[in-house]
Design a protein around this ligand. Structure first.
Ligand SMILES: [Zn+2]
Length: 305
């Protein structure tokens, strides 16, 4: 189940609870004959007024009676700390339906992001957007990392770059940068996930060994997210007929989505280990970008940020 589906299910529960609470209060109130009479009368009057409206008949004599019944009903509901006109929904904008004018309501978005952060702890520990990174953390390379972050923001999260590989020594904060980009995509309404290459390799193996009917579900975990970070590529073992084969398929299938890879390898090692097919996709002039974080020597595919 993806985060949006999970968030929708939570919202549906919330909506049902609000409606159940209203029904329970109503049923409780109906035990009082004064309320019950006023409630029934109000329903009858509303119906009759609506009917007269349709036929263009005089209805003013009923309006006053309706107001009185309404007052009685409202008073009883108020005593129960409730509203008379229906369930007290958590979100007043969408009445807990999750949609306003066909678009996702902010309450659904909030639940979706919260669910995603709960499912992906590596996204909950980074800033909500690349701009909010504390670049002081990168010491003398702070300005450089600010440029990388601006590139990720403009060209990858918001732009047309599909594959971005961040290369550099371990402990240089590549994962943090990539995870923040994923978090930014998440906050902008997309689905995002971070997977360590070792785990990815296990998913590949699992997929390889799974019976046919299970394959789709396993594969969807890594092909579904709009934004995927493959963290620390190169530390996984190379499994025959698995690692490179499925990595290539994954990268190919994700051609319309965003994939950010972090690795301690340099370009040559990357090409040597994963082969020309994968390397040329990642280094594609139009859709790929490489960020070399070591020292001043960095290169982006189009040569500029
Ligand atoms: Zn809402």
């Amino acid at each position: 189940m993806n985060e949006l589906t999970e968030a929708k299910a939570l919202l549906a529960e919330r909506k049902a609870l609000a409606e159940r609470t209203y029904e329970e209060k109503l049923n409780e109130l109906k035990k009082d004959p004064v309320f019950d009479e006023a409630y029934r009368r109000l329903a009858r009057l509303k119906f009759e007024i609506a009917r007269r409206e349709v036929y263009g008949l005089e209805k003013s004599d009923l309006e006053k009676e309706k107001e009185e019944a309404e007052k009685t009903v409202e008073k009883y509901f108020a005593e129960k700390g409730a509203k008379a006109d229906g369930a007290d929904y958590f979100c007043k904008k969408c009445n807990d339906t999750g949609y306003v004018g066909g678009k996702r309501c902010s309450c659904l978005e909030k639940l979706r992001v919260e669910t995603a952060l709960k499912n992906n702890p590596s996204l909950s520990s980074v800033p909500a957007c690349l701009e909010n990174i504390d670049f002081g953390f990168y010491g003398k390379n702070g300005d450089l990392y600010k440029k990388y972050a601006a590139f990720l923001h403009k060209k990858v999260v918001d732009g047309e770059i599909r594959y971005c590989t961040i290369l550099g020594a371990s402990g240089t904060g590549k994962t943090y940068l990539a995870a923040t980009a994923a978090r930014e995509a998440l906050e902008k309404g997309r689905s995002a996930s971070v997977v360590k290459s070792v785990v990815l390799n296990k998913i590949f193996l699992n997929y390889h060994c799974a019976p046919l009917e299970k394959k789709e579900e396993i594969w969807a975990k890594i092909t579904d997210p709009d934004f995927l970070v493959v963290d620390d590529l190169g530390v996984e073992s190379l499994l025959n007929n698995v690692t490179i084969q499925y990595l290539y398929e994954l990268i190919t299938e994700r051609a319309d989505k965003k994939t950010v890879i972090t690795t301690n390898f340099d370009l040559k090692k990357l090409e040597d280990r994963y082969g020309q097919r994968i390397f040329s996709r990642l280094a594609d002039k139009r859709l790929g970008a490489m960020i070399l974080t070591q020292g001043e020597d960095y290169r982006l595919t189009d040569g500029k940020i």
